[in-house]
Design a protein around this ligand. Structure first.
Ligand code: GTP
Length: 206
């Protein structure tokens, strides 16, 4: 088995894909993030002592804007994990996942590609338009793991990517009874180590 796990993030423009990646890779949140035109990827290494495995996550950021969609499509191939990102304060971004993004990934990836549904901007709970229950139900219907995240407040971002690596190692893994999440930090039972070495970031085209 290869130790490189290709992950692609898709979803409407403004859902927060670039900010989610930037939070995980650089622990940074950029309020004025420019829209993505050209897909790019970052690499991050995670070690899972429990599985005796080190996995390179190749995380691909794609463009949500309609004019760039045909370019992004070229980069879905070979993805082990597809992350479908919507904004919890924007109903339309959730409808787009159901009507467009899921089908788009499903049609352009392998049969064994795993999916994660991510409701981002959890910090904007007062402006919530997409009910958590509705999103969870949809996630179940497409056999995806579900995460509510905030790139801004760093909520469940690490969990999300750690789970991606785990799913790559063990496709049947889900995060119910997850022993590896952020909550365990500092309790001495951490089951993953994120390499803090230099991260590679590459623009791929354009
Ligand atoms: P495209 O590149 O156009 O496809 O958009 P994107 O999905 O990559 O969104 P991006 O990461 O550029 O974020 C869009 C806007 O949402 C930016 O102004 C971010 O600052 C903001 N944003 C991203 N994540 C969060 C979050 O968790 N909470 C809040 N409040 N704002 C966020």
């Amino acid at each position: 088995m290869s130790n490189t796990c290709k992950i692609v993030l898709v979803g409407d423009s403004g859902a927060g894909k670039t900010c989610i990646i930037s939070r995980f890779v650089n622990d940074r949140f950029d309020k004025g993030q420019m829209t993505t035109a050209c897909p790019s990827f970052c690499t991050k290494e995670i070690n899972y002592p429990k599985y005796k495995k080190t996995i390179n996550l190749d995380i691909w950021d794609t463009a949500g804007q309609e004019i760039y969609r045909s370019i992004s499509k070229l980069f879905y191939k070979g993805a082990a994990i597809g992350i479908l990102v919507y904004d919890i304060s924007n109903q339309k971004s959730f409808e787009s996942i159901k009507e467009y993004w899921y089908k788009e990934l499903k049609e352009n990836t392998e049969d064994n590609t795993s999916f994660m549904l991510v409701g981002n901007k959890a910090d904007l709970f007062e402006q919530e338009q997409v009910k958590e229950e509705e999103a969870k139900e949809y996630a179940n219907s497409i056999n995806a793991d579900f995460y509510l995240t905030s790139a801004k407040n760093n909520i469940r971002i690490t969990d999300l990517f750690v789970q991606c690596g785990k799913k790559f190692i063990d496709p049947n893994s889900n995060d119910k009874n997850n022993e590896d999440n952020d909550d365990n930090e500092g309790k001495g039972n951490k089951n993953f180590i994120i390499n803090s070495g230099e991260n590679k970031t590459k623009n791929s085209c354009c």
